[in-house]
Design a protein around this ligand. Structure first.
Ligand SMILES: [Zn+2]
Length: 415
């Protein structure tokens, strides 16, 4: 509250200073700016609230004196768990309406209610969020060549580290009108909100329907869930734009009007990317076209041009990243662990260092022959809620999480 009051005070001060500096004959709001008068001040606008300060700390550095805010910190060299989510289902009645997408959504997604319970459970079990980019670093190996190394993390005593990543946060057209939010927007309070239409077609601006805004709110309410300010790494493709903005090119029938529209979308999404970054979100590549990387269905040339397109259309908006999330979990060259094939090597040359697949545990392996680390992620979703209750008990109990009544009536094998 005090922080908010001081921001308000600062705003008032700035506004009164601005008022002093304005000429006495400042025109009314309605004055035609093309009237030829020199140095017309812009019409008074609603002041955009100063963003609340957001602190980000480096978990690889022990806080001075071994504690921060009265909390003692301790070194952690154990496993760093990693959970990934797809966009969450805001309107189950729409998602699970028996159409051709319903079973896929049931397999790969959780509902808002399930997601809320998962957050509460991992929080209650002592997990704290860390950013994937802080878990490993690049350093010189014994042979002088760059190699990845696992960092010691300094966590509040008794806490366990947890990485979150959210795949396909692109707001694909197939999801719109199918139970999901439509895009992220900046609210009047400067925070990230979701925008969308409910099943009746009414506009809904909310912070309670989208995995991203829900996590923002959860961390506001439970700051000790994110002692370093980390949220999740957003895994982005490019072919339908990002975050609900249609920033992609279409090579089939491109024209100036479409390009102008695309540039507008790029401008619109930029401040959202900026606010996400400021508040602990990071970004990784999920390839431009969500393409398979084994080399069996896509040639090296196709993979290279897809990657270039990702850099041009997505990287240019979100900045540099070292994180690659395999589409479909498919490993480059068919195997990224025992071998380092040409596709893996290519991505490494493009600057990627952390390569993420999907698996049955938060496995990670620092490669010996190249500067890279590969890791698997667990996947809270319909398939694991139905079929992998035991494996996920360290995070939550599927029996208490799953909205059995709103999901399609399919097999569940909790023993
Ligand atoms: Zn994906």
């Amino acid at each position: 509250m005090r922080r908010f009051a001081s921001v308000l005070l600062l705003l008032c001060l700035l506004l009164s200073l601005a008022a002093c500096a304005a000429p006495d004959e400042a025109p009314d709001e309605g004055t035609d700016p093309a009237g030829g008068q020199e140095a017309d001040p812009p019409p008074e606008e609603e002041p955009v609230p100063e963003p609340e300060p957001y602190d980000i700390y480096d978990p690889t550095v022990m806080p001075a004196g071994g504690s921060r805010d009265g909390v003692a910190y301790a070194a952690w060299d154990g496993i760093v768990e990693h959970l990934f989510f797809h966009p969450v289902v805001a309107y189950p009645e729409q998602a699970f309406d028996g159409d051709s997408e319903a079973e896929g959504i049931d397999d790969y997604m959780v509902t808002v209610n399930e997601y809320n319970k998962i957050l509460q459970n991992v929080y209650d079990k002592g997990y704290v969020l860390v950013d994937i980019g802080d878990v490993w670093s690049e350093t010189a190996g014994e042979d002088g060549q760059p190699r990845m190394v696992r960092n010691t993390l300094y966590l509040p005593e008794g806490k366990k580290p947890l990485i979150f990543s959210f795949d396909d946060t692109n707001y694909y057209p197939y999801m719109l009108g199918n139970g999901f939010t439509y895009k992220l927007i900046l609210g009047e309070d400067g925070k990230i909100w979701s925008w969308g239409l409910d099943p009746e077609g009414k506009e809904v601006v909310s912070r309670d329907l989208d995995a991203i805004t829900i996590l923002d709110k959860f961390v506001e309410e439970h700051p000790d869930f994110s002692p370093f300010g980390a949220k999740a790494c957003l895994s982005l493709t490019g072919y339908e734009g990002i975050l609900g903005y249609r920033t992609s090119t279409d090579t089939r029938e491109w024209n100036d009007a479409k390009e102008a529209e695309r540039q507008k979308e790029r401008e619109a999404v930029a401040p959202i990317v900026e606010e996400l970054k400021r508040t602990g979100w990071t970004f990784g590549s999920h390839t431009w076209g969500h393409i398979r990387l084994s080399g069996k269905t896509r040639s090296m040339e196709e993979i290279q041009s897809d990657t270039q397109r990702w850099f041009d259309e997505v990287g240019s908006l979100i900045g540099e990243t070292t994180i690659l999330f395999y589409p479909h979990g498919e490993r480059p060259d068919g195997n990224d662990w025992k071998e380092t094939g040409p596709i893996f090597q290519y991505f490494q040359e493009q600057g990627f260092r952390v390569f993420c697949s999907v698996g049955i545990e938060s496995f990670s392996y620092i490669k010996k022959d190249i500067c890279a680390v590969i890791c698997d992620r667990l996947h809270p979703d319909g398939t694991t809620l139905r079929h992998s209750r035991n494996r996920y008990l360290q995070f939550y109990d599927a029996k208490e999480i799953m909205e059995v009544d709103v999901r399609p009536q399919r097999e569940i094998d909790w023993e």
